[in-house]
Design a binder for this molecule. Structure first.
Ligand code: ATP
Ligand code: MG
Length: 390
């Protein structure tokens, strides 16, 4: 028997005229992630079926739970369009649900889209409810607070399935184009990448290191974070750019209180140049308003002005505790809190500017005369590739 799953989507179903585009993205993303196996994905209008004769169940479940666009999935049985066969299948699903949940309280949700099927939805639900009660000892109908549900759908084929597993939701990766994530080793930027991939952005990432001021371990930490994100991103490329000379230039030519802001500005400019080369239409950062001095409105005005591409900051209105909870759920938190120093902490000024004047900072930036150094850093970029398997 091939492993077969029913997939439900959320927002994607609202796309009306563009629905086909989003569906195709979801199908091709699933196929790409399961390219080592034979896979069939089909269906339309909010109900999709994925089946594979050779992919292991654990692999399918991992892929289905980490592919954006899926709100819910469940193993499904597809009996023939015959009342007796449907009732037997419903009872088999019920027995399985009862084993899994330890409770016998259930309800039936029946839906008949194929109007040539003789039983109406309501009659089918009543029949199936009675049949399950008679054939699965310990079960009891509870319409308001059931422990599980058996779904019966009569479409071009019959689908019978139980309460399933939550997916990641959102929109299929790639449906919103491509962006470049500024990924540091901290807690915030991996969460920012996850959120924007969930809005349909395909992402590549850039990490600025300053070896030997920053250690090998700091870089490995960012690679580990990228590996954790890779399944959600449908695979990605991490661009590792050396900022050592840029750090030294900033240190030499500017006031201590301006260091962090000028470094952030260089990161933005460099990211914009890289994004253009990689065909990305926006930048993504983990900035959150007022979290640190370089993330006040005035600071963001200045650093953001170095990119003519839109800078998306999905964490801008979130407090740190919310972000930490999300990082924990995502599985990146434990890596992010490893103690290896970030280049920014090494060069952190004692009293950074909190409300920098825009013109003053632009002048300080011009004074760095940094374009050529940035071009040189970009030339030396190393690329590290991550498949969706990590
Ligand atoms: P994070 O936890 O993401 O590091 P943070 O709270 O430490 O964030 P900052 O260090 O001020 O905040 O960085 C703000 C944003 O700038 C980061 O979220 C990230 O997008 C980007 N950034 C900072 N340092 C780097 C770096 N070394 N390489 C790439 N991007 C960086
Ligand atoms: Mg940081």
């Amino acid at each position: 028997m091939p492993e077969t799953y029913v997939i439900k989507v959320g927002e994607l179903i609202l796309k009306q005229g563009n629905r086909r585009y989003f569906e195709q993205k979801l199908f091709s993303n699933l196929k790409a992630r399961l390219s080592a196996y034979k896979v069939r994905v089909s269906g339309r209008e909010g109900r999709y079926i994925l089946s594979s004769p050779d992919a292991p169940a654990e692999v399918l479940r991992k892929v289905l739970s980490t592919t954006f666009g899926i709100v819910y999935f469940s193993p499904v049985l597809t009996p023939p369009k015959d009342a007796e066969a449907i009732l037997d299948t419903a009872a088999a699903v019920a027995a399985d649900m009862m084993r899994q949940s330890g409770s016998g309280e259930f309800k039936i949700e029946a839906r008949r889209s194929d109007k040539s099927f003789p039983l109406h939805s309501y009659d089918l639900a009543c029949l199936a409810g009675d049949y399950i009660r008679q054939n699965c000892p310990g079960t009891k109908v509870n319409l308001h607070t059931p422990a599980w549900t058996v779904y019966i759908e009569i479409r071009d084929q019959v689908l019978v399935y139980g309460t399933g597993v939550k997916g990641s939701g959102g929109l299929p990766v790639g449906s919103a184009g491509k962006g470049l994530l500024l990924l540091s080793g901290g807690i915030d930027s991996p969460v920012a990448g996850y959120l924007m991939a969930g809005r349909g952005l395909r992402l590549e990432a850039v990490y600025y290191h300053a070896y030997p001021f920053t250690s090998r371990e700091a870089r490995e930490k960012v690679e580990t974070l990228t590996r954790s994100l890779a399944p959600f991103l449908q695979g990605t490329v991490l661009h590792v750019v050396s900022f050592t000379d840029i750090h030294l230039r900033i240190k030499e030519k500017s006031l201590n209180e301006e260091l962090t802001l000028l470094l952030r500005a260089c990161m933005m400019l460099c990211a914009e140049k890289l994004a253009v080369r990689r065909n990305a239409g926006c930048l993504v950062t983990g900035e959150s308003l007022s979290q640190v001095a370089s993330q006040t409105v005035e600071s963001i005005h200045f650093t953001g002005s170095l990119s003519s591409l839109p800078v998306l900051r999905p964490l801008i209105g979130m407090d740190k505790q919310t972000i930490i909870t999300m990082a924990r759920d995502l599985g990146t938190y434990e890596t992010s809190i490893l103690p290896y120093e970030d280049c920014c902490t090494l060069f952190a000024p004692l009293h950074p500017l909190i409300r920098p004047g825009y013109s003053r900072m632009r002048r300080a930036f011009e004074n760095l005369d940094i374009e050529e150094l940035i071009e040189k850093s970009l030339e030396g970029t190393e690329k590290v590739y991550f498949t969706s398997a990590g």
